[in-house]
Design a protein. Structure first.
Length: 124
C-alpha cells in the first residue's frame, strides 16, 4: 500500500500546495485501490462514499467498459450517484467525464463538480 500511495502522491504533488504528510492525512477514510493490468500497476481508484477519483501512473493503456463498470457500478448501486471533481482548466478530463455520463452540477474556484446517475454505453 505504501508504494501505491507514493505513486498517487507523485501524480498529485505538482497540483497541490500541501505536504505529503498533509495529503496522506487527508486520505483518512478514503479507499485507495490499485488498478493493474498484466501485472503492471497502471493507476489507482480513490473513493469515499459516492465520490470517485482515478489517478494514472503514466504509460499507455486502454480503459475498457468493464473497467468503468467495475469502479462506478458499485458506487451507483450503493449511493444512487457518483460524484467527482475535475480541475477547471482540464477540459480534456471534463470531456471524458461527460462521455461517461457525468454532468456538471457546480463549480468552485478550482474545480468543476460533476455527478453521474446512470452509466452510459455500459448497460445496467
Amino acid at each position: 500500500m505504501d508504494t501505491l500511495l507514493s505513486k498517487v502522491w507523485a501524480q498529485i504533488e505538482p497540483h497541490v500546495f500541501i505536504t505529503k504528510r498533509e495529503y496522506l492525512a487527508g486520505l483518512e477514510g478514503w479507499k485507495v485501490s490499485p488498478f493493474e493490468r498484466e501485472g503492471a500497476l497502471l493507476g489507482a481508484a480513490i473513493t469515499k462514499g459516492p465520490e470517485f477519483h482515478f489517478v494514472t501512473f503514466g504509460g499507455r493503456w486502454n480503459l475498457t467498459r468493464a473497467d468503468i463498470r467495475s469502479w462506478l457500478k458499485p458506487i451507483l448501486d450503493e449511493y444512487g450517484c457518483v460524484t467527482t471533481k475535475t480541475p477547471k482548466d482540464d477540459t480534456r478530463q471534463q470531456r471524458f467525464n461527460r462521455l461517461l455520463g457525468f454532468v456538471p452540477e457546480g463549480e468552485d474556484e478550482f474545480f468543476v463538480h460533476m455527478r453521474l446517475t446512470k452509466l452510459r454505453h455500459v448497460g445496467d
